[in-house]
Design a protein around this ligand. Structure first.
Ligand SMILES: C[S@@+](CC[C@H](N)C(=O)[O-])C[C@H]1O[C@@H](n2cnc3c(N)ncnc32)[C@H](O)[C@@H]1O
Length: 477
């Protein structure tokens, strides 16, 4: 037999199978990685395009969403596992290859997709988007990963808790170490609490609606949705919780702006400010950082019920337009302006109630923004610090003596919450009107575990809300 005839005939080249769900998930991950895009903004247009082309049904869309969000949330854990399966540092692996590997790891370790289907779908994806050569590498790595389940892998790759508790929690619960450390400082307590919090950050949050008072009622929303699709809120009298898969856009009251999508924590903040005790007039309310307008819309409706007016101010003109849209149809008087809250156009002392929901790291909303935890850096806090203090000082100047300011953040990081309030009250970094803290806890009746006061910190694992912070300050001089 000649050498030629003994050699195996080459396999006929098979075209890779194109799986639109995995290709879309890969494209979304690349956009998040390459363009610093937000998953919740990138995904809807990609899904719409796939639906319009007839590539996708509802189940495909749900799977693609789960693959993107799940992969991003668990990226820290998957990276540690992938690193243990290859013989070079992760940073030397091309980012698109890492994205395919992480997607594959999520299917193997974080979903019920059968092992063989997860590996073969990932290898086919690699053939389509990376080429045959790199698909072999993907195949080899995923076969290694598929040999054990998530718990076994985590035990192998996470440092022992007793040696380095924060590093252990960072790998097990897929958060950057500095975020674990900051959340733990703010939460206090032992291991169980921080583990529950970190896990809650990895859960998909419920969708909560607000029935804007005077425009819609929770009863109306519950009737429309039916008891299988919705429940009353846990804490806010205006909240309705949607069952999984509930589509807010399908509800007429939401389309008409009489109701909206709003986390219960945000509702509680607006309600507490609206109900804080005041002596004297209660006619002029200000939301000084209003964009995109969720709290402004609730405050506007509450103000209308009291005969008060709301001025909603936002620095970014395009976000001020969103505020305008959120307030359209408000039952009472309001005005929306684009203005810098640190150089405000209003006269000092002209408001009875003021909300400043300041720009922050967003570490309290990690459930909603799966990529945010990997993008944020500890240095970002230094960038926010002077702005947060300036906005609070100006809010105190804007309120009349005896009026109340609500300082809110969607972050529980102490450097953005208590430290800011404390600095401003003590005049550190610049003079501010004199003020005293008001106990915010009685203004959230029925809500347990609000801390030692007078400020309040909500938590995803305790309250099912974003980790919103609120301090109420009454101007005294
Ligand atoms: C956390 S968001 C507010 C969310 C809003 N309260 C809601 O419930 O929809 C902070 C807002 O402050 C705005 N902002 C940032 N710097 C500002 C400034 N100097 N003056 C006024 N608004 C500012 C941001 O553009 C952003 O829209």
């Amino acid at each position: 037999m000649s050498e030629q005839s003994r050699r195996r005939p080459p396999k006929p080249h098979r075209r890779p199978k194109k799986d639109p769900v995995r290709i879309l998930a890969f494209e979304a991950l690349r956009a998040v990685d390459e363009r610093d895009a937000y998953a919740n903004l990138v995904l809807p247009p990609l899904l719409k395009k796939a639906r319009d082309k007839g590539d996708f049904d509802t189940r495909d869309a749900a799977l693609a969403t789960e693959l993107v969000y799940g992969t991003l949330r668990r990226q820290g854990t998957y990276d540690a596992i992938i690193a243990a399966c290859i013989d070079r540092p992760l940073r030397e692996v091309d980012p698109p290859v890492l994205d395919v590997l992480a997607l594959g790891a999520h299917q193997l370790l974080g979903t019920r997709i059968p092992t063989h289907a997860a590996v073969s779908a990932s290898v086919e994806l690699a053939r389509v988007v990376l080429g045959d050569g790199r698909a072999k590498f993907v195949n080899a790595v995923l076969r290694k990963i598929s040999q054990d389940d998530l718990d076994t892998w985590v035990e192998r790759v996470a440092p022992p808790y007793d040696e380095d508790a924060e590093d252990h929690l960072a790998v097990v619960h897929s958060h950057p170490r500095w975020v674990v450390s900051a959340l733990w400082d703010s939460l206090g307590g032992g291991r169980a609490g921080i583990e529950d919090l970190l896990e809650a950050d990895n859960e998909r949050p419920e969708v909560t609606l607000v029935a804007r008072p005077g425009r819609a009622t929770t009863g109306e929303l519950l009737d429309v949705l039916g008891e299988d699709s919705a429940l009353p809120g846990r804490w806010s009298p205006y909240a309705v919780r949607l069952a999984e898969g509930g589509e807010p856009g399908a509800i007429a009251a939401v389309r008409e702006g009489r109701a909206g999508v709003q986390d219960e924590g945000s509702q509680l903040v607006a309600i507490a400010l609206a109900n804080a005790p005041l002596d004297g007039s209660d006619e002029r309310w200000l939301d000084g950082c209003a964009g995109p307008g969720g709290k402004a819309a609730l405050l506007g409706a509450l103000a209308a019920g009291r005969g008060a007016t709301l001025l909603a101010s936002e620095k970014q003109p395009h976000r001020a337009r969103l505020v305008d849209r959120a307030l359209t149809g408000n039952p009472g008087p309001y005005q929306v302006i684009a203005a810098d809250g640190t150089r405000p156009p209003w006269r000092p002392g002209s408001f009875d109630r003021v909300l400043v929901d300041v720009p922050c790291s967003g570490l309290g909303a990690l459930r909603r923004r799966p990529e945010a935890r990997w993008r944020r850096r500890p240095e970002d806090l230094e960038g926010f610090a002077p702005l947060q203090r300036n906005l609070l000082r100006e809010a105190l100047r804007a309120v009349r003596v005896g009026g109340v300011v609500g300082y809110a953040t969607c972050s529980p990081h102490l450097a953005e919450t208590r430290v800011v309030v404390d600095d401003v009250l003590r005049g550190r970094g610049g003079p501010a009107p004199e003020a005293e803290l008001v106990d915010a806890r009685p203004l959230m009746p029925g809500v347990p575990a609000l801390g030692d006061g007078p400020d309040v910190q909500l938590w995803p694992h305790v309250h099912g809300t974003d980790a919103m912070y609120l301090a109420l300050l009454r101007r005294t001089a």
